[in-house]
Design a protein around this ligand. Structure first.
Ligand code: PRX
Length: 637
């Protein structure tokens, strides 16, 4: 079993051990898994290339560690509890034995479709058990899954499929979310118009929406699985074989295909799940994320299932049929650990306490948050009203690239402070670095968050672009992984994440590159150029503010252009990237060398232009005055 920490003293002891001798510490964590062949070295690494290998030359299959390792003890226990979008519909429960059988059948299906070790399988599906089954079936046969969040547009899906050269696409006729149906297959068809690598599309029937099936390419899920054996030998994988690719936004260019590998990710997701949430056998654990994001990968699927937990998957949204939905689910299944995003907490807080009244939440033991900084008001509401002042809150800081939680309280063990992610988990060595690259030691310091020693769950590369991996994460500060986040370490040594220091914005816990949104805006025929920044938003954390220079106005006037720019972004990326505010401006503030001074735009969007800092390099000060004058928020000057 995974080494579980039970006390603050235990945490301090484990932490010290993990720093003094990381090899011994992580070897011990690795011991609790089933390896076909034991590793030779625990770790081989350098951050210059970078080259990172964990459990070197170990052989294993992650699904054998979910199923074969556990079936004797809890084959008949619940693995996935699925709550459908509509509370009137029937829920579904899959025991470990049942899930294993479904995974094997689908793994055999994929093999029959010609999918083998190392092939990429793109997944564009709603939050139904088959999505989890799909991930595990890929892992069973050594195929690399690449899940694309089902809220992305055809264009975004196409880009991700092509980047990974995926062979098969798994999708559904549609997806339910609240009172809406997303036409997934139709979007997929549009995406596939220019994807040359997809040979087969497997379509799950979910919404019964009318769709077109293309002969020779498309097959129904149920027909494909029909008759497949529920026995499927696991592909033996090297520790460093890729397990999955997951695309995330960066400050420049197209999305990055973050690659995680089998051995280290397995150990890290299971270790962090056990310790952060303090899961006890028999507990019901509910993470509200979508499997389209890393949180769903690590803390709906892999972490919980590797530890034999009961993991609850929810298809719908928090506000449908009403804003009490999460609490109804907590009551229905007697949820013990509940993990969500600050944006959801803020949205529910704004709806008022009546949705919490009369809900039975006494089963809750642990509350978690992830994805963005949690403001104190939201923290207190979550603590006092949802947790009834009885549940510790774990504010978990981590990233797609880190694979698992990095800085977080251990529930009920680490004393918490509102809005602080508190302390690093064992094995994690955070450092705060000044802009000049100087490590700031001691407490009460603020700067850029870096990690100076590898951990098993860290990303290994960017799919197809290792050089980009190096420059993005390992070139800003020598011999360190740079997270892109700003951080403060307070007088107690506690970490508080301050948000991104690069051109990435965090909208409702979703990470978006400003360059990506600008590219989408610039596709508009009337747009000459644009600049996008984040601004404080009461519910979303950050909203998207676009400053746009147009050549001429169309017949719809300013309002028409604004609307069509917003629609354009929705079409090119997806609704999550739709700007909240579009200001048409005569020009952008640029330096004499032509660089956009985003700092100025950020200040305007934040509503405070009283101190714009050094503007001596600004080419045209009038532009700034005009921007302030036409601002869509109140601006202090
Ligand atoms: O800025 C940090 C923020 O989310 C970023 C990572 O986004 P993504 O890769 O999409 O993964 C989100 C889920 C793990 C980070 O660089 N972030 C994540 N968790 C927190 C956070 N900011 C503050 N507090 C957190 N707990």
């Amino acid at each position: 079993m995974i080494n579980k920490i039970h006390s603050l003293g235990g945490y301090i002891h484990e932490y010290q051990k993990s720093i003094a001798n990381p090899q011994a510490f992580w070897a011990q964590q690795g011991e609790s898994f089933f390896w076909r062949k034991r590793w030779e070295n625990v770790i081989d690494w350098n951050f210059d290339e970078p080259s990172i290998k964990w459990y070197v030359n170990g052989k294993l299959n992650i699904t054998e560690n979910i199923f074969e390792r556990n079936l004797y003890t809890h084959g008949d226990q619940e693995a996935i509890i699925w709550e459908p979008n509509n509370p009137q519909d029937e829920s579904r429960v899959l025991t470990y034995a049942e899930l294993f059988s479904e995974v094997n059948k689908f793994a055999n299906t994929l093999r029959r479709l010609g999918v083998g070790k190392g092939d990429r399988v793109a997944i564009y599906m709603p939050m139904v058990p088959e999505l989890a089954i799909a991930l595990l079936a890929c892992a069973r046969i050594g195929a690399i899954h690449s899940v694309v969040f089902a809220g992305f547009s055809a264009n975004a899906l196409q880009e991700r499929i092509n980047d990974a050269s995926a062979k098969v696409l798994l999708t559904a006729d549609g997806g339910f979310r609240g009172d809406k149906v997303t036409p997934l297959k139709q979007i997929a068809d549009e995406a596939l118009e220019s994807c040359s690598t997809i040979e087969t599309v497997v379509v799950l029937k979910r919404t019964n929406s009318p769709i077109e099936m293309i002969v020779g390419r498309d097959i129904w899920w149920h027909k494909a699985v029909d008759g497949q054996s529920d026995v499927c030998p696991a592909e033996i994988m090297d520790s460093e074989d890729p397990l999955f690719i997951l695309y995330t936004s960066g400050s420049t260019g197209k999305p990055k295909g973050i690659v995680h590998t089998v051995g280290g990710y397995m150990v890290y997701s299971a270790y962090t799940f056990t310790n952060v949430f303090q899961y006890h056998a028999g507990d019901v654990y509910f993470c509200t994320a979508d499997i389209g994001w890393i949180t769903g990968h690590s803390y709906i699927v892999y972490g919980p299932l590797l530890t034999g937990a009961k993991t609850l998957m929810f298809e719908g949204v928090p506000t449908w049929p009403d804003a009490g939905r999460f609490w109804d689910i907590v009551n229905k299944y007697q949820v013990n650990q509940f993990y969500t995003a600050p944006t959801a907490i803020r949205a529910l807080l704004a709806k008022g306490n009546e949705f919490l009244e009369n809900k039975k939440l006494a089963s809750l033991k642990v509350l978690g948050t992830v994805g963005e900084p949690i403001n104190e008001e939201a923290w207190h509401w979550y603590h006092d009203h949802v947790g009834m002042s009885q549940c510790p809150i774990v504010d978990t800081w981590w990233q797609t690239e880190t694979g698992g939680i990095m800085i977080s309280p251990l529930a009920g063990i680490t004393p918490t402070k509102p809005s602080f992610a508190t302390l690093p988990l064992p094995g994690i060595q955070p450092v705060i670095v000044s802009n000049e690259g100087k490590e700031l030691s001691g407490n009460s310091v603020e700067g850029n968050l870096c990690i100076k020693f590898p951990w098993p769950g860290m990303a290994r590369t960017i799919w197809g672009d290792h050089e980009r991996f190096r420059t993005t994460y390992f070139s800003s500060y020598s011999k360190m992984y740079f997270t892109g986040d700003g951080v403060k370490r307070d007088e107690d040594g506690y970490y508080r994440i301050l948000g991104r220091v690069d051109d990435v914005i965090n909208v409702s816990g979703h990470r978006l590159g400003t360059a990506e949104i600008e590219n989408a805006i610039n596709e508009h025929p009337l747009v000459n150029e644009s600049a996008v920044v984040g601004y404080p938003h009461a519910i979303k954390g950050q909203g998207i503010y676009a400053f746009v220079v147009c050549g001429e106005l169309s017949t719809g006037g300013e309002e028409g252009i604004r609307r069509s720019i917003m629609q354009g972004v929705t079409k090119i990326i997806g609704p999550i990237a739709r700007p909240d505010l579009v200001q048409l401006v005569p020009g952008l503030p640029k330096t004499r060398s032509g660089k956009i001074m985003r700092r100025i735009l950020r200040k305007v969007a934040e509503g405070d232009a009283s101190n714009l800092g050094d503007i001596s390099t600004l080419l045209d000060e009038d532009v700034v005055d005009q921007i302030i004058e036409g601002a869509l928020v109140d601006v202090k000057v």
